[in-house]
Write a protein that binds this ligand. Structure first.
Ligand code: GDP
Length: 138
């Protein structure tokens, strides 16, 4: 079993897509083992996306991620990291496959509704960024 971090980003929450995203997660066979709603500060968003700090979109991205409430979830499944990225779709929704969350709901390369860890090391960092050991079930 593998764990990955999912986030329903502020655009997804603001547009009433929490239920839709969680439905797809549950139907996709993932077990949700931790969940919380939170409004990141700018500094918290900068820390989360520290790997992107040299990218031209870092300021925009961290402003967006701290612009409103988000939902953080830890998903568990076999190959959870790759499977959740498959369900999300490509970063750029115009390149995302039919049937993916981003293809269906993203409006912009930045406002793409969901986040998912991209490798075991980033999943470990990202999960521990949001959750402590007492916040898991199952
Ligand atoms: P992900 O792993 O698919 O989320 O993609 P990345 O790790 O490459 O980028 C992180 C997040 O930054 C993306 O999900 C987008 O919200 C945002 N992002 C990526 N590329 C761009 C870009 O070219 N411009 C802007 N404004 N945001 C971007």
């Amino acid at each position: 079993m593998e764990r990955t971090l999912a986030i329903i980003k502020p655009d997804g929450v603001a547009r009433g897509l929490i239920g839709e995203v969680i439905k797809r997660i549950e139907e996709g066979g993932f077990k949700i083992v931790a969940a919380k709603m939170l409004h990141l500060t700018r500094a918290q968003a900068q820390g989360f996306y520290a790997v992107h700090r040299e990218r031209p979109f870092f300021n925009d991205l961290t402003a967006f991620m701290s612009s409103g409430p988000a939902v953080a979830l830890v998903l568990e499944a076999e190959n959870a990291i790759a499977r959740w990225r498959e369900l999300m779709g490509a970063t750029d929704f115009r390149k995302a496959a039919e049937g993916t969350i981003r293809r269906a709901f993203a409006t912009d390369i930045e406002k793409n509704v969901v986040h998912g860890s991209d490798a075991p090391e980033t999943a470990a960092f990202e999960i521990s960024y949001f959750f402590n050991r007492f916040e898991f079930v199952g």
